[in-house]
Design a protein around this ligand. Structure first.
Ligand SMILES: [Ca+2]
Ligand SMILES: [Ca+2]
Ligand SMILES: [Ca+2]
Length: 555
């Protein structure tokens, strides 16, 4: 039987349908409105994203999120500049000036479908933000999006820059009313900035204008109209904890796919403060780096069938699953490991068993591959059947973990709960009887003895145990050959009794009902369902066994 399909999916979120406006501030994805509250404006805001990130329970549409608090660290050394490779950056536990000290930084990435873009139908759109300790003075902020996982070493950064690392410079002047956003790509050499390491993708005054229907590929904004509440731990230099004073909260967004003309994978995020708006400014404070994986695989699993096993003392479940890759990069060496709930221990705790490992190879951007191999699909495109596993648990769970070698951080798992199968135990019983003469004691009188027998069959879908047969004569003794019956199995039983009277009985010969001397018998079979179902005791037919057919010795 096919049970209800129960689906589990884990990993990156699926693409959502957003506004037809393409601007990062008007596409309905995120509120670049100078506050952190997710209000009625279409799209999320940091109040939805950040607290959930801290609790690791974010389930919104973002494909990646990052939130990082500032530590007691800052850049140090004269060569620590954006135009210089990360391998030459230095940091120490010295503090930076208050106005250049960040308190928190955050980012969220979205897969935004773009039906109008036939070359890149999925755009990687990244939103970022930060809050600072002291709002005195202009703010020159930088946000790095590294293509390789980047971490701190004892006093530096690792690894060196990769071509494709993205830097967003946001400069707020005149109280935040003038906002310039420059997006640069690390090219190592040949770039259009001093030293040639960086190439500018865009550089323009670009204050976000939410709901404007803009086509901005990059913009930023701040709380320039007054204090605003933050929804995470934040204490300003002066003012109320949790409230960002004027020009202390910053947010922005970039459509990376539009800026690059293609998409790429980002692995780490970092925010920084800078001594001036110029690209070669000395760097001050930093927050991060923090893992921010916009590429990766998601995994889904469906337990699509349940039946009882051959003997009927357990269940067999069927399942299939799939791995889907993000649209922004390849996933290589994808492997899926299956683990299922096979039983319960004496305390009722689940026992798990390792199942198959499925090697799925490399997945192109956006690819989706099913497992096991060789599935067939119905007209609706849904897989039929799958692999099976055995369990004694009704409604067992089945967990699958998918990993890929690149992006090498990627390990996602999901648990599907199989449908609980309703067992329908049942049995049948037949009976015949005969009469003979017996001498229970010798010497002693010769008496009439009724012997009977028949067959009990398991006609349900699970095993039956404790099979017993009783006869409606109180002094009858009954023997059942086998007290355990697998699905579809039958067993014989026999019994006998010495009647205490000689009743007139109704019997049938060649379709003619007559009266005679004899005995009528009925037996009842009972059993227990191995899988917890309810067994209704079954009565046999009434067997008539005469000793004197009509007309021969009737009274
Ligand atoms: Ca906002
Ligand atoms: Ca808002
Ligand atoms: Ca909203």
């Amino acid at each position: 039987m096919r049970g209800a399909a129960l689906l589990g999916v884990a990993g990156i979120a699926l693409a959502f349908t957003y506004s037809t406006s393409t601007g990062v501030d008007s596409n309905g994805v995120f509120e670049l409105d100078g506050n952190a509250l997710d209000d009625t404006t279409p799209g999320e805001d940091w109040s939805s994203v950040n607290p959930a990130v801290l609790a690791s329970t974010y389930s919104g549409p973002a494909i990646a999120t990052a939130f990082t608090k500032n530590g007691s660290d800052a850049f140090s050394g004269g060569q620590t500049k954006d135009i210089v490779d990360t391998s030459s950056w230095k940091w120490s536990t010295t503090s930076s000036p208050g106005k250049d000290t960040l308190t928190n930084a955050y980012a969220a990435a979205y897969n935004v479908p773009r039906a109008d873009d036939h070359v890149n139908p999925n755009h990687l759109v990244i939103y970022f933000g930060a809050d600072r300790f002291d709002n005195s003075g202009a703010a020159q902020l930088g946000f790095w999006f590294f293509t390789k996982k980047t971490t701190l070493t004892s006093n530096g950064f690792s690894p060196a820059h990769s071509v494709g690392d993205i830097l967003v410079l946001v400069n707020f002047t005149t109280g935040g009313s003038l906002t310039n956003v420059q997006v640069l790509k690390w090219v190592g050499s040949g770039g259009d900035q001093r030293g040639g390491t960086l190439n500018s993708l865009t550089n323009a005054a670009s204050a976000c204008s939410i709901g404007s229907g803009s086509v901005a590929t990059a913009c930023a904004t701040t709380n320039q109209s007054g204090p605003t509440q933050l929804y995470w731990s934040y204490t300003p230099k002066s003012g109320t904890p949790g409230i960002a004073p004027l020009n202390s909260f910053f947010e922005g967004g970039i459509d990376l796919t539009a800026l690059l003309g293609s998409s790429e994978c980002i692995a780490s995020f970092m925010a920084e403060t800078r001594s001036s708006p110029s690209v070669d400014a000395t760097l001050q404070d930093f927050v991060g780096p923090k893992d921010f994986n916009v590429c990766g695989i998601s995994v889904g699993k469906v337990c699509n069938g349940a039946t009882t096993n051959a003997t009927g003392d357990g269940y067999v479940y069927s399942y299939y699953g799939f791995v889907k890759n993000s649209p922004f990069g390849s996933a290589n060496g994808v492997s899926v490991s299956d683990r299922y709930q096979s039983g319960k221990d004496s305390n009722g705790n689940p026992i798990y068993t390792q199942g198959p490992v499925y090697a799925l190879g490399d997945l192109a951007p956006g690819a989706k591959v099913y497992f096991p191999a060789g599935l067939t699909f119905d007209q609706g495109g849904n897989p039929i059947g799958g692999d099976t596993f055995s369990s004694i648990v009704s409604g067992a769970t089945n967990t699958v973990t998918a990993t890929s070698t690149t992006p090498n951080i990627n390990s996602v798992n999901v648990t599907a709960t199989c449908p609980a199968l309703q067992v329908s135990p049942s049995l049948s019983i037949t009976k015949t009887c005969s009469v003979c003469l017996a001498q229970p004691t010798n010497p002693g009188p010769v008496v009439t003895e009724v012997t009977f027998g028949g067959t009990v069959c398991n006609t349900g879908n699970d095993e039956l145990t404790g099979v017993t047969v009783t006869d409606n004569h109180p002094n009858a003794s009954v023997t059942v050959t086998s007290t355990t019956l697998a699905k579809g199995a039958c067993t014989a039983y026999t019994g006998s009794y010495i009647p205490q009277s000689l009743p007139i009985t109704v019997y049938e010969t060649d379709g003619i009902t007559s009266l005679g001397l004899g005995f009528s018998d009925q037996t009842t079979a009972s059993a227990t369902s191995a899988l917890g179902g309810t067994v209704t005791p079954q009565q046999s037919n009434t067997a008539s066994c005469t000793i004197c057919p009509a007309g021969k010795c009737a009274p």
